[in-house]
Design a protein around this ligand. Structure first.
Ligand SMILES: Nc1ncnc2c1ncn2[C@@H]1O[C@H](COP(=O)(O)OP(=O)(O)OP(=O)(O)O)[C@@H](O)[C@H]1O
Length: 248
C-alpha cells in the first residue's frame, strides 16, 4: 500500500518534470528547504527520483533562517540521512519585517527577502536551478488572491527563467493536491517543522484558503478542473484590449 502510494506520487512528480522540461542532465538544483511539509516532500521525492529519472542531477538543500525559533537539527539530520548537503543562510528577515518596517503586508516583504536570499545562495553554490515546494493548492490560492486583492488574472508558472540572475525556478509538485502531500509525509514518516511566524494563520491567504475549501466541498472536482483550465487556457476566450483602460 505504502509502496504503491509512493510510486503513484512519484509518477505525478515525474509527469510535471517531463511536461515542463524541468530537469536536464547535469543540473545542480538548490532546493528551497523551509522544513515545512511541502519542501520536505519535495526534497525526498527529488532524492528518490535521482534513481529512476534518465538524467543525472545534483541536489543542495538551502534553508533561509528568518529569525523565528526553528528546530534546525531535525532538518540537518534529515538531509544527512539522504546524503544531501544542508546549507543554512542567516538573515534578519523577521526583525526587518516586524520591527523595522511594521508594514501592512509583512508576507509580501518576507517572501521577497527570502527569495533574494535563496537566489544568492543558489548562485554561490553554482546551481542553475531552484526547486520550490509549491503545489496545486498554492497555485489556486495565488490565482484567486491575485484576482481578489489586485484585480489581475495571473499565477506563477511550473518553470520560470529569471533574466537578471540566469536562474530557473522549477516547481515539481504543481500537480499535487495538498492532501496528497500530507499523506506522503505521513506514509513516508518524514520529519517536518511548524511555521512559527506570528502572521501564520492570519493572512489574506487564509481567507482565500477558506473560500477554496468551501468550493471544493460543493464541487469535489474543482481542483482537477482548475488545473485542466490552466493547461488548456485559450487567450481568445477572454476579452480583447479595451480602448480606454478605466474599469467599469
Ligand atoms: N525559509 C525558507 N528557506 C528555504 N526555502 C523556503 C523558505 N520558505 C519558503 N521556501 C520555499 O518556497 C516554497 C513556498 O514557500 P511558502 O512560504 O509558500 O511555503 P509553504 O507553503 O509553507 O511550504 P513548506 O511546507 O515547504 O514550508 C517552499 O515550499 C520552499 O520550497
Amino acid at each position: 500500500m505504502t509502496k504503491n502510494f509512493q510510486q503513484k506520487f512519484l509518477k505525478k512528480v515525474k509527469r510535471a518534470i517531463y511536461d515542463y522540461g524541468m530537469i536536464e542532465n547535469g543540473d545542480r538544483i538548490a532546493v528551497g528547504f523551509s522544513g515545512g511539509k511541502d519542501s520536505v516532500t519535495l526534497l525526498h521525492a527529488l532524492h528518490l527520483l535521482r534513481r529512476s529519472l534518465p538524467v543525472k542531477f545534483e541536489l543542495e538543500a538551502v534553508f533561509i533562517k528568518t529569525g523565528w525559533p526553528m528546530d534546525i537539527p531535525v532538518l540537518e539530520d534529515f538531509c544527512q540521512s539522504l546524503n544531501i548537503s544542508f546549507h543554512v543562510v542567516e538573515t534578519e528577515i523577521a526583525k526587518i519585517v516586524f520591527e523595522d518596517r511594521e508594514d501592512d503586508n509583512p508576507c509580501a516583504i518576507c517572501s521577497h527577502l527570502r527569495r533574494g536570499a535563496l537566489h544568492s545562495k543558489a548562485l554561490e553554490l553554482d546551481c542553475s536551478k531552484i526547486a520550490l515546494g509549491h503545489h496545486l493548492d498554492d497555485v489556486m490560492e495565488t490565482f484567486f488572491m491575485s484576482m481578489i486583492y489586485t484585480g489581475q488574472m495571473r499565477v506563477f508558472s511550473p518553470v520560470t527563467f529569471l533574466d537578471r540572475t540566469g536562474l530557473t525556478m522549477i516547481r515539481p509538485l504543481v500537480y499535487h493536491h495538498v492532501e496528497e502531500i500530507v499523506s506522503y509525509v505521513e506514509s513516508e514518516k518524514l520529519p517536518f517543522i511548524q511555521n512559527t511566524c506570528p502572521a501564520n494563520g492570519f493572512t489574506n491567504r487564509e481567507v482565500v484558503k477558506k473560500f477554496l475549501a468551501d468550493m471544493v466541498k460543493r464541487f469535489p472536482d474543482f481542483k482537477a478542473r482548475f488545473l485542466t483550465s490552466l493547461k488548456t487556457f485559450d487567450q481568445r476566450h477572454l476579452w480583447p484590449d479595451a480602448m480606454s483602460k478605466c474599469s467599469g
